[in-house]
Ligand binder design. Structure first.
Ligand code: PMP
Length: 285
């Protein structure tokens, strides 16, 4: 679907997967006006298709679009597009227990712009792919390394929305971490360099006794949809839940640490390595 700045998105249509045409001056290519979402469709044993809270993705896209000066599809347009795309690709949804169909909606500034300004035209599209486990080894505990030099987000920036540039910011640290055998990178805040933020593609939780803590949403981490569900679930199960500042040192005393996200679902953390210039700490949870 397309839309000019200040107008509404037109009705979309299904197309065979393929390349799209873009002007070299497109806002997304020059000034990073791009947002995405990620959600999954699951097949159930009785043949139904389940989407996990897709209206939350629609709302998050709209919040992100405001920050990025982009128009966005309505919640209904988003949901209709997701449903139509999933139904058209039903044959690619893995059988129950074997994975899911990952849906990747993209909102981009597709209109041409030369000076720094919002693009005059926008495109909203989505594609799908069957997926299995995000981390090697399935639900086996993952090993994280705390990044002390590079940050994925800074206060006042765009870390709290799902814009494409946030993911370019994590590539460098992620490649280095994977080369050393780690599953992923745990980021710290960019000011004090001691408070937990999140992992490249998921939110983090720390468990101590009956208390489940997770970093508060303050514009530098993504408000994960899985995070919110886990917080609601934990409360309903009688756990004490806190969204707060969590120092990296607190990890030493944690009973359990886990990560949440659409791709990683709920992944247990087996170890966290924190290499400080003066201190070497291997935290075995
Ligand atoms: N943080 C980041 C940086 C992410 O990319 C994701 C994945 N969308 C998450 C957290 C988890 O969000 P959600 O539970 O909505 O997938």
């Amino acid at each position: 679907m397309k839309c000019s700045q200040g107008e509404n998105f037109s009705k979309g249509e299904l197309q065979r997967f393929g390349n799209i045409e873009l002007s070299p001056c497109a806002g997304v290519l020059n000034y990073g006006q791009g947002l995405f979402e990620g959600l999954k469709a699951y097949k159930t044993h009785n043949g139904n298709i389940l989407l996990f809270r897709p209206e939350e993705n629609a709302t998050r896209l709209r919040t992100g679009a405001e920050r990025m000066c982009m128009p966005s599809p309505t919640v209904d347009q988003f949901l209709e597009a997701v449903k139509a795309t999933v139904l058209a690709n039903e044959r690619w949804i893995p059988p129950p227990g074997k994975g899911a169909l990952y849906i990747r909606p993209l909102l981009i500034g597709s209109g041409a712009v030369l000076g720094i300004a919002p693009a005059p035209e926008y495109t909203f599209l989505m594609y799908v792919s069957p997926v299995g486990n995000y981390f090697k080894g399935g639900l086996a505990p993952i090993n994280l390394i705390v990044e002390t030099e590079m940050h994925r987000a800074t206060p006042g920036g765009t870390g709290g929305v799902k814009t494409i540039g946030n993911y370019a910011a994590v590539l460098n640290a992620q490649i280095a971490a994977k080369a050393k055998g780690f599953s992923d990178v745990l980021y710290l805040d960019s000011i004090h360099k001691r408070y937990l933020e999140e992992v490249s593609s998921c939110n983090i939780f720390v468990v101590k006794g009956n208390l489940i803590s997770t970093p508060a949403i303050k514009g530098t981490i993504l408000p994960g949809i899985t995070r919110k569900s886990i917080l609601d679930l934990a409360r309903s199960q009688g756990f004490q839940v806190e969204e707060r500042l969590i120092t990296v040192d607190e990890l030493v005393d944690a009973d359990e640490v886990f990560c949440t996200g659409t791709a990683v679902v709920v992944s247990p953390v087996g170890s966290i390595t924190y290499l400080n210039k003066r201190l070497f700490l291997l935290l075995l949870l």
